[in-house]
Ligand binder design. Structure first.
Ligand code: HEM
Length: 420
């Protein structure tokens, strides 16, 4: 029977909420139409790019494939909201993910030294301690929602430490982040009729919170990322502007939290679905490092990124005019059989693992080493302490989102050993 392509399955948040990432459709597109034009009611039109090699090629040419229009394909409602009064201040704010070179390089340089593997090693103790604290919360045995209790708490603590957020503000920040990213999920949204207005209010709350930290770090700088951002100077010797400084806090926090949470919860779900892999990890905790790479490939929490074409181009013989949008589906590239043996097997020993879960090229994830380090610490702690684990009594659920994708809940039954 002929495969019927319904392009809205690629982008409708509710489709992801029901069935997760559209792997059957992606497989079909990779094999039959890897550069596919999508026109979907109420959405901006775009070209779906599903092959690993095409995403590599596009990402190597930021001067042609621009980030300036922002990472997300928007609905008409969102586009209309961008011109609303409430969000005007935040519409002028651009973060590094929406910049092109050479400006992008200048801004990225502000924090890139901090994010190198060498400096990030200072975080080792923090992530290890945090992972232990999370697993301790499980007690000896029982059933929990792994997302609520562990997966969302661990990256929150790590990012809060990096950005100088006090412990007593963590709950508030968690709620704000959930609401900020839950534009399409009624269970997580901020209550209220006007969703654009609610998003603008959220932006303001973040602004007040981060601004207090920025002022504190200007008055008394310390050896941390918060102080580095608060006191950053640009190439011309001037201080980074207030909106840009706030934007940096916001992008580090928002890009770092839900992504890592979804990788950790999706990774745990994959281990529960594949008990032999869980057993392998528990018997060989050293595999935590390669397991994290496989988890990021498998879950691809950043499902896609949008690029705008700055000049006419041709990809695989398909002519695409200047001004069109392309959507790079990392989730699809990470199952491409031209690059991965047995792409639909979850294999924590996979080597090589050239996944694109952290992107590639100009905008390669700035926080990839933080994400790796913190996820590894958690899977290591779990590997050392899980006596048994299996799916809980109710089924897991997915977030209604097609951009940062993953689990909303993951019920899990477990038995835990005390810390050594
Ligand atoms: C498993 C967790 C994570 C995943 C899957 C992930 C994925 C990504 C991807 C795919 C991009 C590329 C965007 C593009 O192609 O335009 C990106 C960019 C970025 N990520 Fe991550 N990320 C993760 C964790 C983090 C963490 C922990 C931080 C901060 C501590 C972070 C900060 C950033 C920033 C600032 C950018 C923008 C970089 C730029 O535009 O130059 N990410 N991330």
């Amino acid at each position: 029977m002929a495969f019927e392509i319904d392009p809205k399955d690629l982008i409708h948040p509710q489709n992801y909420g029901v069935g997760g990432q559209p792997h059957d459709l992606w497989t079909h597109l990779r094999e039959n139409a890897p550069v596919y034009r999508c026109e979907i009611e109420k959405y901006e039109p775009f070209w779906a790019i599903t092959k690993h090699s095409d995403i590599m090629e596009i990402s190597s040419k930021p001067e042609i494939f621009s980030n300036a229009a922002g990472p997300v394909i928007m609905t008409d409602e969102q586009v209309a909201g961008r011109t609303g009064d409430e969000s005007a201040a935040f519409n002028n704010m651009r973060t590094i993910i929406e910049m092109d070179p050479p400006e992008h390089r200048d801004f990225r340089k502000v924090a890139s030294g901090f994010f190198t593997p060498r400096s990030i090693h200072q975080l080792d103790e923090i992530v290890t301690e945090c992972a232990r604290e999370q697993v301790d919360k499980l007690g000896d045995e029982g059933e929990c929602d792994f997302v609520e209790l562990i997966a969302q708490r661990h990256p929150l603590r790590v990012l809060a430490t990096l950005l100088g957020i006090e412990r007593e503000d963590e709950e508030k920040v968690l709620k704000l982040t959930q609401q900020l990213f839950a534009f399409d999920d009624p269970d997580l949204q901020r209550p209220g009729e006007d969703r654009n207005k609610a998003q603008a209010e959220l932006g303001l709350e973040f602004y007040h919170l981060f601004n207090a930290i920025i002022e504190d770090r200007r008055a008394t700088p310390r050896e941390d990322l918060a102080s580095l951002l608060a006191n950053a100077k640009m190439k011309n010797g001037e201080m980074m502007g207030p909106l840009e400084t706030f934007g940096y806090y916001l992008i580090v926090f928002t890009a770092g939290h839900d992504t890592t949470r979804n990788a950790i919860s999706g990774g745990m779900a994959a281990l529960l679905d594949n008990p032999a892999q869980l057993d392998l990890l528990c018997k060989n905790p050293d595999l935590a490092k390669s397991a994290v790479e496989e988890v990021v490939r498998w879950t691809s929490p950043v499902n896609y990124m949008r690029r705008k074409l700055l000049q006419d181009a041709e990809i695989r013989g398909v002519k695409i005019p200047k001004g069109d949008d392309l959507v790079l589906f990392y989730g699809s590239a990470n199952r491409d059989s031209d690059v991965f043996d047995r792409p639909f097997d979850f294999d924590i020993e996979r080597h090589p693992n050239r996944h694109l879960g952290f992107g590639t090229g100009e905008h390669f994830c700035l926080g990839a080493h933080v994400a790796r380090l913190s996820a590894r610490a958690l899977f290591l702690e779990l590997a050392n302490r899980l006596e048994s684990a299996e799916h809980g009594t109710s089924a897991s659920t997915q977030i209604d989102s097609s951009f940062v994708v993953g689990l909303k809940t993951l019920p899990m039954k477990y038995k835990i050993r005390p810390a050594a």
